[in-house]
Design a protein around this ligand. Structure first.
Ligand SMILES: NC(=O)c1ccc[n+]([C@@H]2O[C@H](COP(=O)([O-])OP(=O)(O)OC[C@H]3O[C@@H](n4cnc5c(N)ncnc54)[C@H](OP(=O)(O)O)[C@@H]3O)[C@@H](O)[C@H]2O)c1
Length: 237
């Protein structure tokens, strides 16, 4: 996939944060990009900020619903005829002691973060077989480091890391590359956060975009399958 011009990417949860950052970098590299949100108006607003209609497609899809993801991929294939890169990025985080987390919030995390990445793969895998494409999940360092108040989020992100590694083994015979990116703190709206100047020490969303670009440009024979990425200098350390 060394020539990225006019390659087509679909990034779930591209209306803001890491997904938006990945979309902006892939567009600058000459790719066509579809972004999703649970609300079409959020995706459309972000798409307007990203670039022209022939290069950016806004779709509404709740990744917790397989049918939504299948409809989103169909829209992309109808518009551009192929799909080269699927980035399963959409995710939510709720943090509370395990005896206090509600089953509603637990299920929202499992349905979005874990079932969602499965739905995104299921909806895109036949197109990726045709294009010999790339499937990337955005997991987290929380997929390897557990912490107090993180039982639900940790469970989903440990799951995403295991899922992606097993999917890598299943899909490489089709020449589909599969990687999981495991970021530490990124300056986004995650968990209701408002990015500010105080977030300068954090990874910025476009840095994750640059990382995705590096993966896409990697020699076809080589696959970084699990990538941990963290702020160089954590806050106040
Ligand atoms: N920020 C961090 O420090 C950090 C660190 C490690 C990993 N991550 C992971 O990075 C990913 C992106 O998070 P972020 O930090 O960019 O958070 P964010 O700024 O809150 O963005 C989350 C994105 O996901 C979308 N989304 C949420 N639920 C969705 C659903 N059910 N279906 C479709 N889209 C959905 C949101 O769109 P709408 O609200 O418009 O629907 C939004 O575009 C998540 O998987 C998160 O776990 C974040």
């Amino acid at each position: 996939m060394n020539d990225l011009k006019d390659k087509v990417a679909y990034i779930t949860g591209g209306s803001k944060g890491i997904g938006f950052g990945i979309a902006s970098i892939l567009l600058k590299a000459g790719m066509k990009v579809a972004i999703s949100s649970r609300l079409l108006e959020n995706a459309e607003k972000a798409a307007k900020d990203l670039g022209p209609e022939d290069k950016v497609l806004a779709v509404s899809s709740d990744v917790s619903k397989l049918g939504d993801e299948q409809a989103a991929v169909k829209k992309i294939l109808d518009k551009w005829g192929k799909l080269d890169v699927m980035v399963a990025n959409a995710g939510v985080g709720h943090f509370a002691p395990v005896d206090q987390i509600s089953d509603t919030l637990w299920h929202e995390m499992v349905n979005t973060n874990l079932n969602g990445v499965f739905h995104s793969l299921k909806a895109s895998v036949e197109a990726l077989k045709k294009s010999k494409g790339y499937y990337i999940t955005v997991a987290s360092l929380a997929g390897t480091n557990f912490f107090a108040n993180g039982a639900g989020y940790n469970a989903t992100k440990f799951g995403v890391v295991g899922f992606t590694q097993a999917a890598m083994l299943d899909l490489r015979p089709y020449d589909i590359k599969v990687s999981t990116i495991m970021p530490g703190s990124v300056a986004t709206n995650f968990n209701g956060h408002e990015p500010s100047k105080g977030d300068a020490w954090k990874i910025q969303p476009e840095d994750i975009g640059e990382l995705v670009l590096d993966l896409l440009k990697m020699n076809p024979r080589t696959l970084p399958s699990k990538i941990e990425v963290r702020p160089t200098r954590p806050d106040k350390k």
